[in-house]
Ligand binder design. Structure first.
Ligand code: ZN
Length: 431
């Protein structure tokens, strides 16, 4: 880790920078950010002059809050063109999952909301990072995603799969039991699969979980202070899930006026994962098969319209890449949101202050302001002017500690050939 010699628990001032006020789409130029004990104590319009504290010159960089990826899987490969996941053992997957998270932090993603992971690997890394055992992003973990027997992404027909990556439930009794089990293992939220998705042979508005099953899960989860988020493509099953109280919709490939109106009324958040249908370049590079790419392009117009409808009605939107590796897809998602019609400010809000509100963490994270933890990303240009500035990272701070300095560490290379990992993020000798 760079700059080991600097004591980041001591007061530090970051100076000679512009601070992006994401909430107001504004900028404080010639600013200095005062940090003590990992928290921002003040943001001032003036260069630092106090010689009693360490002053770090950001050389004209643009500072945003650290970014969030609100829909990620650490080890789950979606899609999995070589069927790698069928043969990977849990220990190997655990290591790969941790690397995926740590790489995400390197590019400025300081918080990852994991919406489904095998065998509580997300919670293990969450705790390892939170305790300081390893340096990685903050993690909110959903543990296993929950689906009906044979539901979205199931691999039950594959004989040799080593690692269970979801809990399959049928009926309200199993739904309640599984929710309680997940909570007892320490999940931060519950992720359920209400409709079909991008997989072959299922429609994005097909009902997979019944309204009763969703209602049973929501009752148990809310009773224990956990949110429930739903993979939901649209249609009546999505409205049923809203009616029984889900907190957030993932994907929303085909949301109509009625559904969006229900979301507004209930204060439901939306994580569109727009890059799933709007990033064919990524899909090609990562060996998506023709069938998946064709389904993505067929769904793209309705998916874009859903996002624009949500924007128009003021549904809070959060950025989530839903692809592997997170370091690459998490940043690309923010840019794809702009391609589809969000302003750069709205896309930055989707990756900073909105997710903090979603996870009810906005009192301590999500903006560059006094009282918040100093999770910061420094860019060479102003991302409010041009969101492609996210390709020009300079530094990343987590709780005021420098974790990436591109000047001394070099930029993150997604190919990572030097680490023996292929373009799609799995060991070279495995494919
Ligand atoms: Zn997902």
């Amino acid at each position: 880790m760079a700059h080991k010699s600097i004591d980041y628990s001591a007061p530090v001032v970051l100076t000679n920078c512009s601070v992006v006020d994401v909430e107001n789409a504004d900028v404080i130029t010639d600013a200095s950010i005062h940090i003590a004990g990992g928290r921002i104590t003040s943001v001032q319009k003036a260069s630092a002059t106090d010689s009693s504290v360490q002053v770090i010159d950001l050389r004209g960089g643009w500072v945003t809050p650290g970014l969030w990826d609100c829909h990620a899987h650490l080890g789950l490969l979606i899609p999995d063109p070589t069927n790698f996941g069928f043969f990977e053992t849990q220990p190997r997957r655990t290591i790969r999952a941790g690397q995926n998270a740590m790489d995400a932090l390197r590019v400025g993603i300081t918080t990852v909301r994991v919406t489904g992971e095998a065998e509580y690997i997300d919670l293990a890394w969450r705790d390892a990072f939170a305790s300081g055992q390893h340096v990685g992003p903050r993690i909110y973990g959903a543990g296993h995603m929950m689906r009906c027997t044979g539901g979205h992404l199931n691999r039950a027909h594959k004989k040799y799969i080593y690692v269970r990556d979801a809990m399959e439930i049928d009926g309200t009794t199993e739904a309640m039991k599984a929710t309680r089990e997940q909570i007892s293992m320490g999940v931060d939220l519950i992720k359920i699969v209400v409709t079909g998705g991008m997989s072959a042979g299922e429609g994005v508005a097909d009902m997979q979980m019944t309204k009763d099953e969703v209602g049973a899960i929501v009752t148990i989860a809310h009773g224990r202070g956990r949110q429930v988020t739903a993979h939901a493509g649209g249609g009546q099953p999505t409205r049923d899930a809203l009616e029984v109280g889900i907190d957030c919709i993932e994907h929303g490939y085909d949301l109509d006026e009625e559904t969006v109106a229900m979301m507004v009324e209930r204060g439901t958040f939306f994580v569109p994962t727009i890059g799933v249908t709007h990033d064919d370049e990524f899909a090609c590079e990562h060996m998506w098969n023709d069938q998946t790419r064709a389904k993505a392009s067929t769904l793209a117009p309705a998916h874009r319209d859903s996002l624009l409808l949500a924007k128009e009605h003021g549904v809070p939107i959060c950025s989530g890449g839903d692809k592997y590796p997170i370091a690459e897809s998490g940043l690309r998602e923010v840019q794809r949101l702009v391609d589809v019609g969000l302003t750069p400010a709205e896309a930055l809000q989707a990756a900073t202050c909105n997710p903090a509100r979603l996870m009810k963490a906005d009192s301590w994270v999500g903006t560059v302001s006094a009282g918040k933890v100093a999770d910061l990303a420094v860019w060479a240009r102003n991302p409010l002017d041009d969101i492609s500035a996210l390709d020009e990272l300079q530094k990343v701070y987590l709780s005021g500690r420098l974790v990436t300095d591109v000047d001394s560490d070099g930029a993150y290379d997604p190919a990572r050939q030097g680490a023996g990992v292929s373009r799609i993020g799995i060991p070279n000798n495995a494919i």
